[in-house]
Design a protein around this ligand. Sequence first.
Ligand code: PMV
Length: 348
Amino acid sequence: TYITEGKVTYKSPSNIALVKYWGKKEHQIPANPSISFTLDTCATTTTLSYKKLKNKASDFSFDLLFEGRPKEDFKPKISTFFKRTEPYLPFLKAYHFTIETSNSFPHSSGIASSASGMSALALCLMELERELNPHMETDFFNRKASFLARLGSGSACRSIEGDIMQWGLHKDTINSSDLYAIRYPYKVHPVFKNYQDTILLVDKGSKQVSSSLGHNLMHDHPFAEERFDQAHKNLTKLKRVFEEGNLLEFIKLVESEALTLHAMMMTSMPYFILMKPNTLEIINKIWAFRASSKTHVCFTLDAGANVHVLYPENEKEEVYQFISNELVAYCENGQYICDQIGNGAKKL
Ligand code: PMV
């Protein structure tokens, strides 16, 4: 029997991919496996209030508040999410939902909130599912939350847990799946503990090309097969890198993945460029600094102009000096976010 009403809140983080997901098949199945660091500071907090309707509605019934205000333009994405998840959450049309959501990072900072937002919503809905089905094991709960989050936004499935998450079938990764992300199952050298990610906000404008459009352009992309194959190989290589703590190899792999992601964008039809002049300035500064210091600072990119600066915790002071002296000047309004690898979503 359905409970009449209630409320649940989750805080769910964003994540940054090391091996990138770019290209998908039907039903949000990735064209290649990917792996990410779960972040800590960058997160979405979502409260889901639910109230049972007298009669099951013919359509989804919900209100959406973003940072306290009604937000009509997010509603189609949520409707699509409900439509896709209803087969797995058959109670969705029996309730009226109020979804209140806010981000820890500045509004329109160019930081994608789809991973944190969709994972937070998926977790709230799973909590209602658990109310109706109390004997659920934690592993199942997390796996299904990841499965549902994937249907909202592919990369969101990697935001449920921490600290390293892998999504997509890969022959050298035990228990890997296209349907949900798993915690990275192999040994990781302690140098990756508390790994730092300083996000430089180069361009806070909204993206000219959505990631769903970008994924679609991989369909008849001339280099698609080669790229998907490379992602598989990079995941295999990364296993050894993680085990040995080989930072030089880590840097090569991560930077190459970032540039390949953008190379795919530049070589699709239509082609597009999401990097800005300051993105390239920052990359060059990072290379120069790395060559002249003993640090292992490197960069990665999302589907946008912002730069994620990655480095080990024990190099924090030296790299942070460099960032504030040399890189912050390239950020829009001097804005950046200090983040690090995190442990996944939390119920509040
Ligand atoms: O989750 P989506 O559909 O927004 O795709 C995001 C893809 C990248 O962020 C560019 C790479 C990744 O693996 O997160």
